[in-house]
Design a protein around this ligand. Structure first.
Ligand code: MN
Length: 338
């Protein structure tokens, strides 16, 4: 698990112990992500399945991409497609996506870096493994998160933030048994590089076997913990959670995460994504790649897309790489982690 993982966590800034023990958040729900296929057929877990849009607000959708170990010729991505009315956030933990959009953006997302794309009034984009990764195969693991925009920002011009792994704010628990990577928003006084349209926090947390983390969390934010790999517990009631499970929390000023003493992962780590924000509190109409406030706005988005008003595929555009030789036997399978 590369992401951005320094060898020595004791040299990092440390979180303060929580000030108000009584203000701990309890668990509201635990759900298990079903498996699916996305884009040209890469395996995902639908992290938010089973939770209402009200409980997710300001988020809409999240896929854990992989974790999968591809054979040569097997890596897949998405073809060109449109978005309007929200932001797509692609965080790569292992492996590489190459991307390009109709607004002039493009580049590589790899090993701990994040593409934070604001679709706003409309954009077309592609995310695909680079040619050398298609040919070689290899590990692929990441997250794609959809962040809603408030009505006032849904039709802003598209924008793009390339958040490099080295820019992420790193902070350790008081005993340095847990590493917190703040991608956007803040954890206590530690602020990540991502800029957001409404207040929110997105962090990737790694706990060593047996470690515990008391994470300060803005009282006005919802709180979601999604398990990327391993086994541990969450909340004041120490609810057990494992790979592919999502916990949502009741209100409070901080939340507890803990790793099993034997997390059953090859690297003996418990990996979670922690995210939450101030609810936008507006009606959400989600249809395919569009997230708007009303059905009329969805109909308008479909018409605008068909008329080419969301952008056009640029000349000489990046296209999915077709492997020179197909693999003799399909081998790709999700990496099973209990
Ligand atoms: Mn997309």
């Amino acid at each position: 698990m590369p992401a951005l993982t320094p060898g020595d966590w004791t040299v990092l800034a440390r979180l303060e112990p929580v000030a108000e023990p009584a203000d701990e958040r309890s668990v509201a729900t635990v759900t298990t992500a079903p498996r699916g296929l996305e884009g040209e057929g890469f395996p995902v877990r639908r992290a938010f399945a089973g939770l209402s849009l009200v409980a997710l607000d300001p988020f809409v959708h999240m896929d854990q991409m992989g974790e999968v170990d591809y054979a040569p010729g097997e890596p897949k991505g998405t073809p060109w497609h449109p978005h309007r009315g929200f932001e797509t956030v692609t965080y790569m933990i292992d492996g590489t996506f190459q991307h390009q959009d109709s607004h002039g953006g493009g580049g590589l997302i790899t090993n701990g870096s994040t593409q934070w794309m604001t679709a706003g009034q409309g954009i077309l984009h592609i995310e695909t493994p680079p040619e050398e990764l298609v040919e070689s195969g290899g590990l692929f693991h990441g997250i794609q998160l959809w962040v809603n925009l408030p009505a006032r920002d849904k039709m802003i011009p598209p924008a793009y933030q390339s958040l490099e792994a080295e820019e992420v704010a790193l902070v350790a628990s008081p005993d340095a048994g847990a590493l917190v990577r703040v991608v956007a928003g803040a954890v206590g006084p530690h602020r990540g590089p991502g800029s957001t349209h409404t207040p929110m926090t997105l962090a990737h947390v790694t706990l060593r076997a047996g470690a515990q983390l008391d994470l300060p969390w803005e009282p006005g934010f919802n709180a979601l913990v999604y398990v990327l790999a391993g086994r541990g517990y969450v909340g004041s009631e120490r609810r057990p959670v494992s790979t592919g499970q999502l916990a949502s929390f009741d209100r409070g000023g901080w939340l507890r995460l803990g790793a099993d003493s034997r997390p059953d992962t090859p690297d003996h780590l418990f990996e979670v994504l922690v995210l939450g924000g101030r609810p936008i509190g507006e009606p959400v109409e989600h249809y395919g790649p569009f997230v708007m406030n009303t059905r009329a706005e969805i109909a308008q988005a479909l018409e605008d897309y068909q008329r080419g008003r969301l952008g056009v595929i640029p000349p000489g555009a990046l296209m999915p790489h077709v492997a020179r030789s197909a693999p003799p036997e399909p081998r790709a399978r999700p990496v099973e982690r209990p």
